[in-house]
Design a protein around this ligand. Structure first.
Ligand code: ATP
Length: 342
């Protein structure tokens, strides 16, 4: 049934992004069919749904070996259903026996069956047969039942009958704990500042977090280079996607421009007209126009409710200087690097 041996509760790091899902999974594993039925776990890609589902399967198989446990992806369920309808490999009766004569059904990535009517229909009957016999059902999905648009109402209400638990994006602390656990398990020796770099820059998926760690260790071993933050920056530049970089906003630009000229953001947005302030202010306006998609009216609001024509004037003035003066050009380049360091 394709279980990964290391997808157990022991290797699963609990953080506040997944503690409800983890507690529910453990409760279900300890007393299948008696607590939350079905248990519906949802969350984004690579956040640990499969790991948790398989941990339930491992736990039950170890502690309750008489129970029949079946873990499948909804893709396998669909493919086997199609085969059975065509009477290939298995008959429809064999299909039903396989999915109904069990004590625990764990079905991963249910979102793949929801667009297909005949599969939904068959799953509906499978669900009812198991549920009526007090058998445990665990389902995972990338979104909660209420957001699954093509799901039939009768399946939606069934999915919501037990407990719905989500897994969120991990916090920095959870990511560090996962990196530590994984390094320990694999015998990696990774400096703390490198782990900190990875945990700070990989934001949305634990799969990517693990991938980054493996890549760093492999590349540093192969190239005989020490594992430093600089090495990590260079090696991981393709993995760190634009959305993982910090967002450039007018506020950030105003802050950085103010810092650069030893001013405060309040100076920049003030009505003061002396050149030491008005010049940096126009540079900030220029950078807001070129580095963000914020409309001029909105930029005006960031600059103490100035009119959009004032912003446009500031932008044009600096733009002209950028074309004509090397100093202004290099100043702008420095500021752009400070705003968007990668
Ligand atoms: N809390 C955690 N502790 C330790 N490892 C974790 C944790 N969460 C996820 N992982 C690891 O991250 C990787 C991705 O997890 P998994 O495959 O379970 O994600 P998923 O949510 O099922 O993703 P998908 O929706 O793409 O199927 C796995 O190697 C898993 O072991």
């Amino acid at each position: 049934m394709g279980l990964k041996p290391n997808y157990t509760f022991e290797t699963f790091v609990v953080g506040n992004n997944n503690n409800l899902a983890h507690a529910a999974a453990l409760a279900v594993a300890e007393t299948p069919g008696h607590v939350y039925n079905p248990l519906f776990i949802y969350g984004g890609a690579g956040l640990g749904k499969t790991h948790l589902m398989q941990a339930i399967a491992h736990f039950i198989m170890q502690n309750n070996p008489d129970l029949k446990v079946l873990y499948v992806t909804s893709e396998t369920f669909t493919n086997e259903l199609i085969e059975s309808l065509k009477n290939q490999k298995m008959t429809n009766q064999e299909f039903r026996n396989k999915y109904r004569n069990i004590d625990v059904l764990l079905i991963d990535d249910i979102q793949f069956i929801i667009g297909k009517e005949s599969t939904q229909e068959e799953f509906f009957h499978t669900f009812n047969a198991l549920y009526d016999a007090n058998k445990q059902i665990v389902i995972s999905s990338d979104k909660p039942p209420k957001e699954m648009e093509t799901l039939t109402e009768r399946l939606r209400t069934r999915f919501e009958m037990g407990l719905t638990a989500d897994i969120q994006i991990p916090t920095y602390e959870t990511k560090m704990a996962i990196l530590n656990k994984k390094s320990e398990a694999e015998g990696y020796n990774i400096p703390d500042d490198v782990k900190d770099y990875v945990a700070t820059h990989i934001k949305s998926s634990i799969r990517e977090l693990e991938g980054a760690l493996t890549k760093l260790v492999a590349f540093s071993t192969l190239s005989h280079q020490p594992l430093t933050v600089e090495f990590a920056e260079d090696t991981l530049k393709d993995l760190i996607s634009p959305e993982d970089k910090r967002e450039v906003t007018p506020e950030l630009i105003i802050q950085i421009v103010a810092d650069h000229f030893n001013l405060t953001p309040e100076d920049i947005i003030s009505q003061k007209r002396n050149a030491e302030i008005s010049k940096p202010r126009q540079i900030a306006m220029y950078l807001c126009r070129t580095m963000t998609d914020t409309p001029l009216e909105q930029i005006g609001r960031y600059f103490g409710n100035r009119d959009h024509t004032t912003i446009l004037h500031g932008y044009r003035k600096v733009n002209k200087e950028v074309t004509n003066s090397i100093e202004t050009r290099s100043l702008i380049e420095i500021l752009i690097k400070k705003i968007n360091p990668s």
